[in-house]
Design a protein around this ligand. Structure first.
Ligand SMILES: Cc1ncc(COP(=O)(O)O)c(C=O)c1O
Length: 416
């Protein structure tokens, strides 16, 4: 039910569910951590009803790049999978050397100053799996990981199924998003093991600043913590500025996660990685232990690993199309926002989403449900992404342009 992290509306709408009390004998067979309430909520029921009605719905939450009209280099992608080398099994816990070299080549192009070598990489099937490896490496049951709020909603589940406690620190918005270091420091306890950040963050689209990088490194060093940095959207900067990456960060033990689900817009191909950097001894110890975890699973398949170099080469074509659409939709959003005064949008530096600030007349979830019922348009309520106050809606900027324009028109006309 959760796989694919926000691959479609259903996932998105069901992802926030409450634990149900375990009373029956059958239920006692199962672990407490899997005791989810799987009943659809009001919002997802409204979407289902509206979808099967004559008017259908306009979906402004699309996050699956393979179904929104981009033009992939099909020939290159498919022929890359057709490799005789895949007929031989050559298990390597870190992933095939040729595939890790392809990742190094990618980083040499996007971050030429970064110090990277293929021995610091572990390939995984997904970023989610990479998170699991990092959580397993760092945490005993009940240990704590700090995550930003608002941020990527799948963390709650990723942590829960590894018996890790999530503790959130705040991002504050004041002419752009910033980490609230006061809130972060207050959340540190003897059980804190790592600080997670998404750079640029989903859905706020904010990159960390140089000063934030320094401060995070300081906290990690003082408290003996690791940094887990998800940079899947790193290549999708929208403001033309140079941004900071924590990839190959040397000042604290750092796990940088990325993969082809966003870099090449190929989430179905399933290949990601975890790059380890930091002080030499911590890094060596982390790699040795991670190797055992990875060896226990040996997850990524041979065909995808052999194809990786070619798939990464196709990224320029698809990234140009995606970035073009992100910019065009953002410009259209601004054009429509300029014609009214009730709603606005927050600054976006990168990534695939925009955050709308809207009048608070009810909870965001009720608002999103009304938008489905009255305007046949689907947006994410802010609380899915852990916005702690109402008045925020999230829209996907990879939505096809015409749908996006009409969808935004419907959202804005709702408030009039
Ligand atoms: C911040 C972030 N990390 C990771 C992922 C998913 O990556 P993968 O498909 O490699 O698990 C997503 C998907 O939307 C995401 O938003």
């Amino acid at each position: 039910m959760l796989s694919g992290g926000y691959a479609n509306i259903d996932t998105a709408t069901r992802i926030r569910c409450e634990k149900v009390m375990n009373t029956g004998t059958v239920l006692r067979m199962f672990s407490g951590r899997s005791r989810w309430n799987l009943q659809p909520n009001e919002f997802s029921l409204a979407i289902e009803r509206q979808r099967s009605s004559a008017s259908g719905v306009l979906d402004l939450t699309a996050s699956n790049p393979t179904t929104v009209g981009f033009d992939y280099d099909e020939e290159a992608i498919l022929s890359a999978m057709n490799n005789r080398k895949s007929l031989t099994y050559e298990p390597d816990p870190r992933g095939l050397l040729s595939a890790r070299e392809a990742v190094v080549h990618y980083y040499n192009e996007v971050l030429p100053a970064a110090d990277i070598d293929e021995r610091c990489l572990i390939l995984t099937v997904s970023t989610s799996e990479a998170y699991s490896y990092a959580f397993r490496l760092l945490c005993d049951p009940g240990d704590e990981i700090l995550v930003a709020a608002p941020s990527y909603p799948l963390f709650e589940y990723l942590a829960e199924i590894q018996d890790v406690q999530l503790v959130s620190y705040e991002l504050v918005y004041d002419h752009g998003w910033q980490i609230d270091f006061h809130s972060l420091r207050q959340k540190l306890t003897a059980r804190t093991r790592a600080i997670v950040l998404v750079n640029p963050n989903n859905p706020t689209g904010s990159y960390i600043s140089g000063q934030e990088k320094t401060e995070l490194n300081q906290i990690a060093a003082e408290d003996n913590l690791a940094l887990i940095v998800d940079e899947v959207f790193l290549d999708f900067a929208l403001d033309g500025a140079r941004h900071f990456s924590l990839f190959a960060n040397q000042d604290a033990l750092t796990f940088t996660l990325s993969g082809i689900s966003k870099i090449c817009a190929l989430p179905q191909m399933k290949l990601s990685w975890l790059a380890v950097s930091g002080p030499a001894q911590q890094k060596r110890e982390a790699m040795d232990r991670l190797e055992v975890i990875a060896d226990t699973y040996l997850s990524p398949s041979a065909p995808i690993q052999h194809a990786l170099g070619t798939l990464l080469e196709t990224r320029a074509g698809i990234q140009t199309q995606i970035t073009g659409r992100l910019r065009q939709n953002l410009a259209e959003l601004d054009r429509q926002l300029a014609a009214q005064q009730l709603c606005s949008r927050l600054q976006v530096q990168g990534g695939w989403y925009a955050v709308l600030r809207v009048p608070v007349t009810q909870s965001d979830e009720q608002l999103a449900t009304e938008l489905v019922e009255q305007q046949s348009v689907v947006v994410h309520p802010g609380h899915f992404f852990d916005f702690h106050v109402d008045g925020y809606l999230i829209v996907s900027l990879i939505t096809p342009e015409r749908e996006f324009s009409e969808g935004i028109r419907r959202v804005l006309s709702f408030f009039h």
